[in-house]
Design a protein around this ligand. Structure first.
Ligand code: FES
Length: 110
């Protein structure tokens, strides 16, 4: 197994991530939704900024993840909501892939 880059934690194998099917992981107590879409892997905080709802249970489309409760979508690259009711962004985190390994750092927001 490849060792993790500095500040990053291995979260899963790339081959474990199905396209557009978010995977919830926890890194140092931080809930994170890891999403493979459009040929890239993204990591976004798993909790909606509107209420305590798990974003990884929502749908992924056009590089956005939709909160299933009230329908705000968050950009996987920036964490910004595209529409109400959420107004605040959700933290997004840097991701590195090496071979079949996926690493995320929650100590720095990207
Ligand atoms: S809880 Fe996510 S939009 Fe309301």
């Amino acid at each position: 197994m490849t060792s993790a880059p500095q500040g990053f934690v291995r979260v899963c194998a790339l081959s474990d991530l199905d396209e557009d099917s978010p995977k919830r992981v926890e890194i140092d107590g931080v809930p994170v939704a890891v999403v493979r879409t459009e040929g890239e892997v993204f990591a976004i905080n798993d909790i909606c900024s509107h209420a305590n709802v798990s974003l990884s249970e929502g749908e992924v489309e056009d590089c956005q993840i939709e909160c299933w409760l009230h329908g705000s979508s968050f950009d996987l690259r920036t964490g910004k909501p595209s529409g109400l009711p959420a107004t605040k962004p959700v933290p997004v985190y840097p991701v590195k892939t090496e071979g079949d390994e996926v690493f995320v750092s929650v100590t720095q927001e990207s």
